[in-house]
Design a protein around this ligand. Sequence first.
Ligand code: FES
Length: 584
Amino acid sequence: MPDKPKPQPKSKPKSKSKRRSAAWFGPADRDGFLHRSWMKNQGLPNHLFDGRPVIGICNTWSELTPCNAHFRDIAEHVKRGVYEMGGFPLEFPVMSLGEPLMRPTTMLFRNLVSMDVEETIRANPLDGVVLLTGCDKTTPALMMGAASCDLPTIVVSGGPMLNGKFRGRDIGSGTDVWTFSEDVRAGKMELKDFLDAESGMSRSIGHCMTMGTASTMASMVEAIGMGLPANAAIPAADSRRSTLAHMAGRRIVEAVHEDLRMSKILTREAFENVIRVNGAIGGSTNAVVHLLALAGRVGIDLTLDDWDRLGRDVPTIVNLRPSGEFLMEDFYYAGGLPAVIREIGEFINKDALTVNGHTIWENSKDAPNYNREVIRPLDRPLVESGGIAVLRGNLAPDGAIIKPSAATPELMQHRGRAVVFEDIDDFKARIDDPGLEIDKDSVMVLRNCGPKGYPGMPEVGNMQIPTKLLKQGITDMVRISDARMSGTAYGTVVLHAAPEAAAGGTLALVRTGDEIELDVAGRKLQLLVSEKELAERRRDWTPPSGVERGYYRLYGEHVMQADRGVDFDFLVGHSGAAVPRESH
Ligand code: FES
């Protein structure tokens, strides 16, 4: 646990490997002079260049990423730990990705950040790395980039905000925004009350405190073994978050001495644990694309079918919004992720190694559960079968996903008439058109919102229900798209249809009035139109033109589909950390 430090080593520990940093700081020649001398302009004394482990602290701090705005403070706590153990910490910035502000979507830039991280680590004299991650995409982006270098690495998540408070009750980031805004449209809430909730929702440092994508990814960090125990749940404002950062700083120095590289932790067994834990926590659908991409970086053959097969028997036992009732602060006080792993021990690969040098089971087997309403026992789950269901059929031959725990049970088997929206602008223009022919049994179809089509695969898949239906008391409908959905959202929402419409998927051929069948139990998603008719429609279809220049062009030419994690084709795999050439 982070608050149980190992004793300080009395003599300099012996490393298993030669340090990379020695190639920069070691030589007593012109190049060594250049490397050391310029660094000394920061007031760094001679002894820091004596061959001790150099630890990079990869920081996604930015005032444009409010969820990570406290990270300079966290970095200072990591540095304390590194110095204590005889290491030499050097903090560096990488591009940050803030969900609330970035357009058209942070997902467009996840791979770009992973390249920034990979190349910055490789190009510099680092022996180990601590990754500071928080807002949704910062976690997968940094892990993907670092995995392609494969140095000893620890992830420190920034922690969730304290529970939101509004007029005497708890409110959760994202989830309650969706609920309140639907209430305003349905005439159940005054606009001034809605606006009053703003400051109560985000009342401390930290990321979204629902079990949205940020909390899910922080849980994935812990479940896969890349973070210290308790990494997922300690609130950002709790002093124990700083303690955890301090202990990560101590531990990364030891990990360098042990040559505990990422590839020793990111094993097939560790990925399987993540899928099962995601089912138990009712985690975000976004975890699917991020984990597929991460697995691709370390050569693990993880597929969509693994998500379905490994997750389907795992009950959701964490009672957090959007699937349940509570928030991350409650989750921490209840025992956090170690308590969950202990509860679902029968589903866990117990020997998977973690960054503290212990197995996942050694870290969790004695973890107490202090609140069995927040973390339910296995025999009293929130949802019997959690996990992610993978659907196939002519509408998604390469797969689409749905999160059953966030869907309406009565809609999971459904046939309905398609109402098609060509893109997000078409959707916004027509959804509240009084003349739109749509009822509660219709199936809303949104296309051209996938990786290539938008571009960037934004979180627009949980299309809002038409106001006229909301006023009739309809709160959920079947929705299908090639987009993603916010981890804080809910509903009978089919996402990530692959291939996407812009890549020529069948989604591009659906017409308003067609019939669609959704059968979650049978894992089926079918457009009930004959093959002959679809072939004729395909002849009339023309692919959208790509973007001419810049990063958007690179993205459009190289991004893979959702079933491959939306990574770039040329980034799959890893190149290690070796750089044979000097810069001078
Ligand atoms: Fe940053 Fe939700 S907006 S975690």
